[in-house]
Design a protein around this ligand. Structure first.
Ligand code: 4PL
Length: 244
Protein backbone atom coordinates (compact mmCIF):
# COMPACT_ATOMS: atom_id res chain seq x y z
CA UNK A 1 0.00 0.00 0.00
CA UNK A 2 1.35 3.43 -0.91
CA UNK A 3 2.14 5.67 2.04
CA UNK A 4 -0.77 8.02 1.41
CA UNK A 5 -3.09 5.03 1.48
CA UNK A 6 -1.56 3.55 4.64
CA UNK A 7 -4.15 2.87 7.31
CA UNK A 8 -3.78 5.07 10.39
CA UNK A 9 -4.40 3.62 13.87
CA UNK A 10 -4.78 5.46 17.18
CA UNK A 11 -3.97 3.30 20.21
CA UNK A 12 -4.58 4.93 23.60
CA UNK A 13 -2.44 3.95 26.58
CA UNK A 14 0.18 2.44 24.31
CA UNK A 15 3.43 3.46 26.03
CA UNK A 16 3.54 0.08 27.76
CA UNK A 17 1.83 -3.22 28.36
CA UNK A 18 -1.04 -4.47 26.21
CA UNK A 19 -1.32 -1.12 24.41
CA UNK A 20 2.34 -1.17 23.33
CA UNK A 21 1.99 -4.75 22.04
CA UNK A 22 -1.09 -3.71 20.05
CA UNK A 23 0.77 -0.72 18.60
CA UNK A 24 3.60 -3.06 17.52
CA UNK A 25 1.20 -5.58 15.99
CA UNK A 26 -0.71 -2.96 13.98
CA UNK A 27 2.57 -1.48 12.75
CA UNK A 28 3.71 -4.95 11.70
CA UNK A 29 0.46 -5.20 9.74
CA UNK A 30 1.49 -2.09 7.80
CA UNK A 31 -0.38 0.64 9.63
CA UNK A 32 0.88 4.06 10.69
CA UNK A 33 0.34 3.96 14.46
CA UNK A 34 -0.28 6.92 16.73
CA UNK A 35 1.08 5.96 20.15
CA UNK A 36 -0.95 8.03 22.62
CA UNK A 37 -0.28 8.01 26.35
CA UNK A 38 -0.05 10.24 29.43
CA UNK A 39 3.57 9.04 29.60
CA UNK A 40 5.11 11.20 26.84
CA UNK A 41 8.62 9.67 26.99
CA UNK A 42 7.24 6.13 26.98
CA UNK A 43 4.99 6.90 24.02
CA UNK A 44 7.95 8.35 22.11
CA UNK A 45 10.07 5.26 22.81
CA UNK A 46 7.38 2.94 21.44
CA UNK A 47 6.75 5.21 18.44
CA UNK A 48 10.48 5.25 17.64
CA UNK A 49 10.56 1.43 17.59
CA UNK A 50 7.68 1.13 15.11
CA UNK A 51 8.12 4.23 12.92
CA UNK A 52 4.97 5.64 14.51
CA UNK A 53 3.97 8.99 15.94
CA UNK A 54 3.81 9.78 19.67
CA UNK A 55 1.10 11.96 21.20
CA UNK A 56 0.83 12.98 24.84
CA UNK A 57 -2.76 12.24 25.78
CA UNK A 58 -4.85 12.02 28.92
CA UNK A 59 -8.03 10.51 27.46
CA UNK A 60 -10.13 12.09 30.22
CA UNK A 61 -9.15 15.62 29.08
CA UNK A 62 -11.68 16.78 26.44
CA UNK A 63 -9.43 19.55 25.10
CA UNK A 64 -6.43 17.26 24.65
CA UNK A 65 -8.57 14.63 22.95
CA UNK A 66 -9.91 17.21 20.47
CA UNK A 67 -6.41 18.58 19.87
CA UNK A 68 -4.79 15.17 19.28
CA UNK A 69 -7.55 13.95 16.95
CA UNK A 70 -7.29 17.24 15.05
CA UNK A 71 -3.50 16.86 14.73
CA UNK A 72 -3.83 13.32 13.38
CA UNK A 73 -6.36 14.45 10.77
CA UNK A 74 -4.13 17.38 9.81
CA UNK A 75 -1.05 15.14 9.48
CA UNK A 76 -2.54 12.06 7.86
CA UNK A 77 -6.04 12.98 6.71
CA UNK A 78 -7.55 9.85 8.20
CA UNK A 79 -8.07 7.64 11.24
CA UNK A 80 -8.99 4.10 10.25
CA UNK A 81 -8.53 2.27 13.53
CA UNK A 82 -9.13 3.23 17.16
CA UNK A 83 -8.11 0.99 20.04
CA UNK A 84 -9.53 2.20 23.35
CA UNK A 85 -6.91 0.67 25.62
CA UNK A 86 -6.03 3.40 28.16
CA UNK A 87 -7.30 2.55 31.64
CA UNK A 88 -6.57 2.71 35.33
CA UNK A 89 -6.34 -0.76 36.86
CA UNK A 90 -6.73 -0.28 40.61
CA UNK A 91 -7.14 -2.99 43.25
CA UNK A 92 -9.26 -1.58 46.06
CA UNK A 93 -11.80 -3.36 48.28
CA UNK A 94 -15.28 -1.89 48.02
CA UNK A 95 -15.25 -0.42 51.53
CA UNK A 96 -12.14 1.59 50.66
CA UNK A 97 -13.31 2.99 47.31
CA UNK A 98 -13.91 6.66 47.99
CA UNK A 99 -16.18 8.65 45.71
CA UNK A 100 -13.07 10.48 44.51
CA UNK A 101 -11.42 7.21 43.42
CA UNK A 102 -14.70 6.00 41.89
CA UNK A 103 -14.98 9.21 39.85
CA UNK A 104 -11.32 9.03 38.77
CA UNK A 105 -11.75 5.49 37.42
CA UNK A 106 -15.00 6.44 35.65
CA UNK A 107 -13.30 9.51 34.20
CA UNK A 108 -10.33 7.69 32.62
CA UNK A 109 -11.83 4.27 31.85
CA UNK A 110 -15.30 5.36 30.70
CA UNK A 111 -15.42 9.09 29.92
CA UNK A 112 -12.12 8.56 28.08
CA UNK A 113 -13.76 6.03 25.77
CA UNK A 114 -16.65 8.42 25.14
CA UNK A 115 -14.38 11.37 24.37
CA UNK A 116 -11.97 9.60 22.01
CA UNK A 117 -14.64 7.50 20.31
CA UNK A 118 -16.96 10.47 19.80
CA UNK A 119 -14.20 12.52 18.16
CA UNK A 120 -12.85 9.65 16.05
CA UNK A 121 -16.21 8.36 14.76
CA UNK A 122 -16.82 11.80 13.24
CA UNK A 123 -13.65 11.31 11.16
CA UNK A 124 -14.40 7.66 10.35
CA UNK A 125 -18.01 8.44 9.44
CA UNK A 126 -16.94 10.94 6.79
CA UNK A 127 -14.58 8.34 5.32
CA UNK A 128 -17.19 5.57 5.47
CA UNK A 129 -14.73 3.17 7.11
CA UNK A 130 -13.58 2.40 10.63
CA UNK A 131 -12.52 -0.29 13.08
CA UNK A 132 -12.90 0.31 16.82
CA UNK A 133 -11.73 -2.15 19.47
CA UNK A 134 -12.36 -1.56 23.17
CA UNK A 135 -10.00 -3.37 25.51
CA UNK A 136 -12.34 -4.72 28.18
CA UNK A 137 -11.44 -7.42 30.73
CA UNK A 138 -12.55 -10.91 31.69
CA UNK A 139 -13.09 -9.51 35.18
CA UNK A 140 -16.54 -8.57 33.83
CA UNK A 141 -17.18 -12.27 33.21
CA UNK A 142 -15.41 -13.61 36.30
CA UNK A 143 -16.67 -11.01 38.77
CA UNK A 144 -13.15 -10.54 40.06
CA UNK A 145 -13.28 -9.00 43.57
CA UNK A 146 -11.60 -5.89 44.96
CA UNK A 147 -11.93 -3.77 41.82
CA UNK A 148 -15.67 -3.18 41.49
CA UNK A 149 -15.21 0.26 39.91
CA UNK A 150 -12.82 -1.18 37.34
CA UNK A 151 -15.17 -4.10 36.57
CA UNK A 152 -18.07 -1.67 36.22
CA UNK A 153 -16.18 0.37 33.61
CA UNK A 154 -15.20 -2.76 31.69
CA UNK A 155 -18.83 -3.87 31.64
CA UNK A 156 -19.78 -0.42 30.42
CA UNK A 157 -17.20 -0.62 27.63
CA UNK A 158 -18.88 -3.84 26.47
CA UNK A 159 -22.26 -2.13 26.84
CA UNK A 160 -21.08 0.67 24.59
CA UNK A 161 -19.95 -1.81 21.94
CA UNK A 162 -23.40 -3.39 21.94
CA UNK A 163 -25.28 -0.12 22.11
CA UNK A 164 -23.30 1.68 19.42
CA UNK A 165 -22.73 -1.04 16.80
CA UNK A 166 -26.04 -0.42 15.00
CA UNK A 167 -25.48 3.31 14.52
CA UNK A 168 -21.86 2.85 13.46
CA UNK A 169 -22.63 -0.01 11.09
CA UNK A 170 -24.51 2.39 8.84
CA UNK A 171 -21.28 4.40 8.56
CA UNK A 172 -19.05 1.47 7.65
CA UNK A 173 -17.56 1.30 11.14
CA UNK A 174 -17.31 -1.87 13.25
CA UNK A 175 -16.92 -1.78 17.03
CA UNK A 176 -15.96 -4.77 19.15
CA UNK A 177 -14.44 -5.56 22.52
CA UNK A 178 -11.51 -7.79 23.42
CA UNK A 179 -11.61 -9.03 27.01
CA UNK A 180 -8.21 -10.26 28.20
CA UNK A 181 -7.58 -12.13 31.42
CA UNK A 182 -4.73 -11.24 33.74
CA UNK A 183 -1.69 -10.27 31.68
CA UNK A 184 1.93 -9.87 32.75
CA UNK A 185 2.13 -6.23 31.71
CA UNK A 186 4.31 -3.62 33.39
CA UNK A 187 1.23 -2.27 35.16
CA UNK A 188 0.07 -5.60 36.59
CA UNK A 189 3.59 -6.77 37.49
CA UNK A 190 4.36 -3.56 39.38
CA UNK A 191 1.16 -3.61 41.44
CA UNK A 192 -0.96 -5.76 43.76
CA UNK A 193 -2.69 -7.57 40.85
CA UNK A 194 0.50 -9.62 40.36
CA UNK A 195 -0.57 -11.90 43.20
CA UNK A 196 -3.55 -12.90 41.05
CA UNK A 197 -1.45 -15.15 38.79
CA UNK A 198 -1.17 -17.83 41.50
CA UNK A 199 -4.96 -18.09 41.59
CA UNK A 200 -5.78 -17.58 37.91
CA UNK A 201 -3.09 -19.54 36.01
CA UNK A 202 -4.28 -22.94 37.35
CA UNK A 203 -7.84 -22.08 36.24
CA UNK A 204 -6.72 -21.35 32.67
CA UNK A 205 -6.83 -24.09 30.02
CA UNK A 206 -3.27 -23.08 29.15
CA UNK A 207 -1.27 -22.88 32.38
CA UNK A 208 1.23 -20.08 31.94
CA UNK A 209 1.16 -16.34 32.50
CA UNK A 210 -0.37 -14.41 29.63
CA UNK A 211 1.78 -11.67 28.12
CA UNK A 212 0.76 -8.61 26.06
CA UNK A 213 1.75 -10.37 22.81
CA UNK A 214 -0.94 -13.00 23.56
CA UNK A 215 -3.65 -10.33 23.29
CA UNK A 216 -2.44 -8.18 20.40
CA UNK A 217 -3.22 -10.58 17.48
CA UNK A 218 -6.91 -10.77 18.41
CA UNK A 219 -7.08 -6.98 18.45
CA UNK A 220 -5.23 -6.75 15.13
CA UNK A 221 -7.70 -9.14 13.50
CA UNK A 222 -10.72 -7.13 14.64
CA UNK A 223 -8.89 -3.96 13.51
CA UNK A 224 -8.29 -5.40 10.04
CA UNK A 225 -10.32 -5.11 6.85
CA UNK A 226 -10.96 -8.86 7.11
CA UNK A 227 -13.21 -8.42 10.17
CA UNK A 228 -15.89 -6.54 8.24
CA UNK A 229 -18.68 -8.96 9.22
CA UNK A 230 -17.99 -8.86 12.97
CA UNK A 231 -19.43 -6.05 15.08
CA UNK A 232 -21.03 -5.59 18.47
CA UNK A 233 -19.12 -8.60 19.80
CA UNK A 234 -16.82 -9.38 22.72
CA UNK A 235 -13.89 -11.77 22.22
CA UNK A 236 -12.54 -13.20 25.48
CA UNK A 237 -8.77 -13.73 25.24
CA UNK A 238 -7.86 -15.36 28.56
CA UNK A 239 -6.44 -18.86 27.82
CA UNK A 240 -9.82 -20.31 28.77
CA UNK A 241 -9.86 -18.89 32.33
CA UNK A 242 -13.56 -18.04 31.91
CA UNK A 243 -15.19 -20.76 29.80
CA UNK A 244 -18.28 -22.04 31.58
C1 4PL B 1 -8.37 -11.99 35.97
O1 4PL B 1 -8.12 -6.94 33.77
O2 4PL B 1 -8.71 -9.84 34.11
C2 4PL B 1 -6.42 -9.22 37.42
C3 4PL B 1 -6.13 -6.83 36.53
N1 4PL B 1 -6.99 -10.43 37.22
O3 4PL B 1 -6.73 -6.25 35.36
C4 4PL B 1 -7.47 -7.19 34.75
C5 4PL B 1 -7.76 -10.64 36.14
C6 4PL B 1 -6.62 -8.21 36.53
C7 4PL B 1 -7.98 -9.65 35.22
C8 4PL B 1 -7.39 -8.41 35.47
Amino acid sequence: MAKTEQRVALVTGSAQGIGAAIAEELAADGMKVVVADVNAAGAQAVADRIDGVAKTLDVSDPERVAAVVGEIVDEFGRIDVLVNNAALVPLTPWADITFEEWRKVMSVNLDGIYLVTHAVTEVMGKAGYGRIVNIASNTFVAGTPDCAHYVATKGASIGLVRGLAGELGKLGITINAVAPGIIASEGVLSGPHAAGFDYVVPMQAINRRGVPADVAPAVAFLASEKAEWITGQTLVVDAGHTRN
